[in-house]
Ligand binder design. Structure first.
Ligand code: ADP
Ligand code: MG
Length: 296
């Protein structure tokens, strides 16, 4: 049985137009995806295709309009302690120290204060932040704050880590170090990981498998097995290996088709808006300029 299974999951957002009228925005168009226990699954897809919407559904923060998501065969009906989430923007409490932030999640489940402290210190050390337990979030760099968020999620000892572009706001070097740590920790602790990114290199480096999501309404267009071994991933020159380069190229081609679809629909949308606008002449000029710049 798969750890996480999504079967034909659809999500439609209703956007209020005014009065009692709503526009419907289909965000997910029938997502089918299986993630096995201990697997690192990455989802890539163009911006706005429904990646975060899907992750929210797996977390149980929202529910699908149709289709089902099951964990260990049981339908997801809400959030649970078996799943922890790390977002792009860390959600640390500014008035709590690093240690107190990591302890936070444990407070509802573990009544033993000393034990909570011990667990939190262990996880801070696991993410490379020993010695920073008395710092407040504003005293930490962006990368350190994300490390605290990851420690806080791990301290709950969830089976599943849901990570929504957790490294997207970081500089390139910090990002690479954290990618290596995330990979090491997820494998050592046998977590099942659903990781969202729009970086192809990050997807290839981290993923056992990479699922490519189509332009909105998102569906899983293709799932690619990444044939890198743990030994290859541990090397500094992993990006130069044949396996890495080939996987990156395949993903780039798949993703490019979807990004072009998004651009085309945006231009169609702009054209419609301009056709209905009194300032048509200026608008057409702008759109022609966009076309030339994007070579469409
Ligand atoms: N709560 C919401 N209400 C209305 N529309 C939403 C809501 N959340 C997301 N959307 C829309 O759904 C689409 C998918 O969003 P999202 O899942 O955040 O995309 P991604 O994470 O792939 O960039 C976007 O068009 C977005 O504007
Ligand atoms: Mg998103």
């Amino acid at each position: 049985m798969a750890k996480i299974e999504s079967v034909n999951v659809k999500k439609i957002f209703k956007i209020k137009k005014g009065g009692n009228q709503y526009d419907e925005l289909p965000a997910l168009g029938g997502v089918d995806l299986k993630i096995e226990q201990g697997e690192f699954m990455v989802i890539v897809g163009p911006s706005g295709c429904g990646k975060s919407t899907f992750l929210d559904l797996v977390s149980g923060l929202t529910l699908p309009d149709s289709g089902t998501i099951t964990i260990d065969g049981k339908p997801v009906t809400g959030p649970g302690l078996d799943r922890a989430i790390v977002f792009q923007q860390n959600a640390l409490f500014p008035w709590r120290t690093t240690l107190e932030n990591v302890e936070f999640g444990l407070e509802s489940t573990n009544p033993d204060r000393d034990n909570r402290r011990e667990i939190a210190l262990d996880y801070l050390s696991l993410v490379g932040l020993s010695g920073y337990h008395n710092h407040y979030p504003h005293q930490l760099s962006g990368g350190m704050k994300q490390r605290v968020s990851i420690a806080r999620a791990l301290a709950l000892n969830p089976d599943i880590m849901l990570m929504d572009e957790p490294l997207a706001a970081l500089d390139a070097q910090t990002r690479e170090f954290l990618q290596r740590d995330i990979l090491r920790i997820s494998k050592e602790s046998h977590k099942t990981v659903l990781f969202i990114t729009h970086s192809i290199d990050e997807a290839v480096f981290l993923g056992d498998k990479v699922a490519v999501m189509s332009a909105r309404p998102g569906v899983i267009k293709e799932i690619l097995d990444i044939p890198l071994t743990a030994e290859q991933r541990a090397e500094d020159d992993v990006v130069a290996t044949k396996e890495f380069v080939q996987s990156r190229l395949i993903l780039w081609k798949l993703l490019k088709e979807e990004v072009v679809k998004v651009q085309e629909s945006q231009i169609r949308f702009q054209n419609q808006a301009v056709a209905q606008s009194p300032a048509r002449g200026i608008g057409n000029g702008l759109i022609n300029a966009v076309r030339v710049l994007t070579k469409i």
